[in-house]
Design a protein around this ligand. Structure first.
Ligand SMILES: NC(=O)c1ccc[n+]([C@@H]2O[C@H](COP(=O)([O-])OP(=O)(O)OC[C@H]3O[C@@H](n4cnc5c(N)ncnc54)[C@H](OP(=O)(O)O)[C@@H]3O)[C@@H](O)[C@H]2O)c1
Length: 326
C-alpha cells in the first residue's frame, strides 16, 4: 500500500510517499481502508519531534481519519466489513491507504456522511468540546473568548461555545479570519493585529472580563489576555501554536480569583472512555442538526501531505485541511 513515511524527526520536507507492507491486525483491531485523513497542528509537531508522543522511526503520521472497514479481528464485536467509521485514538498511521486500529477507538458513522468532512470531526471538535464542557463547565450566557478563532480547534470552539449558549467573542489576526468566525456563530470579534486584546475583551464584556478564555496560541497573546479574566473565570490552556509556552504570574490568579485549566484531549479519550463516547454522540447529533460543521479550507492528495502540513503550520489554514486517499 502507499503511505507517507517519516524516517527521522525533523523537516516536513523529508516526508516520503512509499510502497510499504499493509498493516497486520490483531484480534482487537479493524483493518481500515482510509478514505480521507484530517490534518492537525499536532501532526506537524509530531513529525518535528516536538510533540508529547514520540513513536519509533520510521512511522506513518496522521492522527484522524474516515474510512471503511475491510477486515475485522476475531474480538471486534459490533463491527462488520463495509462499516463507515471515524477514528483518532492512534497518534499516527492515518496518512496511508490502510491502517489497523483498535475497534474500541472506532466510531460508526452513517455512510451518507462525506469522508472529507467526517475525517476532520474528531481532533479539533473533540478538543474544543471536552475543553468547554468538562474542563470549563461553560454555562449559558457566559462570555467566552476564543483566541486563534479561525484555526482548527479555535473555529470548533466558536461553534461549540455557541451551541452551549455562550456569548462568543472570536479573536484572530486578520479580518478575513474573523469574518469566517462570524459566519460560524461568533457574536463579536477582536482583531489582535491592531487591537489591544486586554482592553477589547473588557469592552465586549461591559468591563467584567472573560468568564472563559480558550487559548490554542500562547505566547504574547496569553500575557495580555490573561489580564482580562473575570472573577471565577477559567483560562483554558489548549496549545502553543505561536511556538512560545508562556510563563504565568500566579499572583494574578490570587488577586482576581480565576483558574488556569489544562486540557489534553488525547488523555481524556483514554482515561474517560465513557465520557468521550457520550461527547462524540452529542457532537455527531449537533453535526446532524447543523449546529456544528467542519469548514474545509483545502483538500490535498496523499502525495502532497508535506504541503498540507506546511499550510497548517504556517498560519494559513482557515478551518481544516483534509487529505484524500485513493
Ligand atoms: N490540548 C489538546 O488536547 C490539543 C488538541 C489539539 C490541538 N492542540 C494544540 O492546539 C494548538 C492549535 O491547534 P489548531 O489545530 O487549532 O492549529 P491551527 O489550525 O493551525 O490554528 C492555530 C492558530 O494559532 C494562531 N497562530 C498564532 N501564531 C501562530 C504561528 N506562529 N503559527 C501558527 N499559528 C499561529 C493562528 O491564528 P491567527 O493567525 O488568527 O493568530 C492559527 O489560526 C496547537 O499547539 C496544537 O498542538 C491541543
Amino acid at each position: 500500500m502507499k503511505a507517507i513515511i517519516c524516517k527521522d524527526y525533523g523537516s516536513l520536507d523529508d516526508l516520503t510517499l512509499e510502497d510499504t507492507a499493509p498493516p497486520v491486525t490483531d484480534p482487537q483491531q479493524l483493518l481500515i481502508k482510509v478514505l480521507s485523513a484530517g490534518v492537525n497542528f499536532p501532526d506537524g509537531l509530531l513529525i518535528k519531534g516536538l510533540y508529547q508522543v514520540k513513536p519509533d522511526t520510521p512511522f506513518i503520521p496522521g492522527m484522524e481519519l474516515c474510512g471503511e472497514v475491510i477486515d475485522c479481528g476475531a474480538a471486534t464485536d459490533g463491527f462488520a466489513i463495509g462499516d463507515r467509521i471515524i477514528a483518532s485514538s492512534a497518534s499516527y498511521g492515518a496518512f496511508a491507504e490502510q491502517v489497523a486500529i483498535p475497534a474500541a477507538s472506532a466510531i460508526k458513522i452513517p455512510a451518507s456522511l462525506d469522508p472529507v468532512h467526517a475525517s476532520n470531526l474528531l481532533v479539533a471538535h473533540g478538543t474544543a468540546h471536552h475543553a468547554l464542557k468538562q474542563r470549563a463547565n461553560l454555562a449559558r450566557g457566559e462570555n467566552l473568548v476564543v483566541l486563534g478563532a479561525a484555526g482548527g480547534t479555535g473555529l470548533a470552539a466558536v461553534q461549540i461555545g455557541k451551541a452551549m449558549g455562550a456569548n462568543v467573542i472570536a479573536a484572530a489576526s486578520s479580518d478575513e479570519k474573523l469574518a469566517l468566525a462570524k459566519r460560524n456563530g461568533a457574536d463579536a470579534t477582536i482583531n489582535y493585529s491592531n487591537e489591544a486584546i486586554k482592553d477589547a475583551i473588557r469592552e465586549h464584556t461591559n468591563g467584567k472580563g472573560a468568564d472563559v478564555i480558550y487559548d490554542p496560541v500562547g505566547g504574547d497573546l496569553f500575557d495580555s489576555s490573561v489580564r482580562a479574566m473575570a472573577r471565577n473565570g477559567r483560562y483554558l490552556v489548549i496549545g502553543f501554536a505561536s511556538g512560545t509556552i508562556p510563563k504565568f504570574p500566579v499572583n494574578l490568579a490570587l488577586v482576581k480569583e480565576f483558574s488556569v485549566v489544562g486540557v489534553f484531549w488525547g488523555t481524556f479519550t483514554r482515561k474517560e472512555p465513557e465520557s468521550f463516547a457520550a461527547n462524540m454522540q452529542e457532537l455527531l447529533q449537533w453535526h446532524q442538526q447543523g449546529r456544528v460543521t467542519v469548514e474545509i479550507d483545502r483538500v490535498f492528495d496523499l502525495k502532497d501531505t508535506a504541503a498540507a502540513l506546511s499550510y497548517v503550520m504556517d498560519r494559513q489554514v482557515k478551518g481544516k485541511v483534509a487529505i484524500t486517499i485513493g
